[in-house]
Design a binder for this molecule. Structure first.
Ligand code: R5P
Length: 331
């Protein structure tokens, strides 16, 4: 590492980090994870213990706040908070305690859409800061303004997201050829992000107008032309896959040839896998920001793009006090 430092870099992982991501981050940085114990008591309380001294260390705790194979989102969020508290009380270096959150849960509850609703994304930001985090490193926040919910620095790897999605689009082009490829935004809200990708690839863009009523998604209108063309849908999250499969249905109805998707966070809640399997979609690319459930790994239509090395590089840049955004000059 270029800059000599007094404090050691200490890497910790919670139980929700995907295996591939944990492996890639540790490999990128060339260090092992700090030994720790984390378990649930019979009554459901979480217990953490860090098994060596971290006094004066610059610590990075990695934990996505999403569901994992056997834990819900709230337990995994709580585990992150307890780890932060543990590190703070173990005298980790002040001002150098980074919460690495590859997927920021509750990010979609970022505003009140009607009276008497919470702004849970802000509540989560308050909790994480109160627990002791002094910096956040995250990937492709659902809404950029969530950065402003924190009064500590936030590195939102959105440029990395364009790089990752770009890799998926390149794979699609390699396999499918260009065939008048068109980039699609599955809803009006994502149009701005999608435009950056279509600009990067110098491709046309179409927009789908959708509505969600009582939790059920319906793709209503298509702005643009897809007849006889191949389409790549770009999105930040697949949860129930309602948005994605409805978009595919409408695109096919409007004459699209083949449809792919490149999505950052694969939650795959409820019937998502069944929906994808019953959809005429060619392939869905997702990153490993969220741990992959066995049924996701078994689904032939889903392919993973590993992003741990990118997060590892960002951790190194933070540790060496170098620019994070300059890591992605081409995006
Ligand atoms: C919406 O604003 C997001 O970008 C995603 O399109 C949405 O959250 C996906 O949810 P689902 O898979 O449940 O339709």
């Amino acid at each position: 590492m270029s800059k000599p430092r007094n404090s050691k870099l200490t890497l910790l992982k919670g139980r929700a980090v995907s295996e591939t991501m944990a492996e890639d981050i540790s490999e990128e940085l060339g260090i092992d994870y700090c030994p720790r114990t984390v378990k649930d008591f019979p009554d459901g309380e979480t217990y953490c213990h860090i098994k060596r001294s971290v006094r004066g260390d610059e610590c990075f705790i990695i934990q996505p706040t999403c569901r994992s194979e056997d834990c819900g989102i709230n337990n995994n969020l709580w585990e992150l908070l307890i780890f932060l508290d543990t590190l703070k009380r173990a005298s980790a270096k002040k001002e150098k305690l980074t919460a690495v959150i590859p997927y920021y849960g509750y990010g979609r509850q970022d505003r009140k859409t009607t009276g008497r609703e919470p702004i849970s994304a802000k509540l989560v930001a308050n909790l994480i800061t109160t627990a002791g985090a002094t910096r956040i490193l995250t990937v492709d926040l659902h809404a950029g303004q969530i950065q402003g919910f924190f009064d500590i620095p936030v590195d939102n790897l959105s440029a990395a997201f364009r790089d990752i999605i770009g890799k998926a689009v390149n794979k699609i082009i390699e396999r499918a050829g260009e065939n008048n490829l068109v980039i699609a935004s599955p809803d009006v809200g994502s149009a701005k992000k999608t435009r950056k990708i279509s600009g990067k690839f110098n491709k046309e863009m179409v927009i789908i107008e959708k509505e969600r009523r009582n939790g059920k998604v319906k793709a209503l209108n298509l702005i643009g032309e897809v007849k006889g063309r191949d389409v790549v849908i770009i999105d930040d999250i697949i949860s129930t896959a309602g948005t994605l499969t409805e978009a595919v249905r409408l695109l096919k109805e409007k004459g699209a040839e083949r449809v792919w998707a490149a999505v950052t966070h694969g939650i795959f809640a409820g019937e998502a896998i069944e929906r994808i399997e019953n959809s005429p979609i060619e392939k869905v690319f997702v990153t490993d920001s969220v741990p992959l459930l066995p049924k996701v790994k078994q689904c032939n239509q889903i392919e993973t793009v590993r992003i741990g090395h990118i997060i590892g590089k960002a951790i190194r840049a933070i540790y060496e006090e170098r620019s994070v955004s300059e890591m992605f000059p081409h995006t």
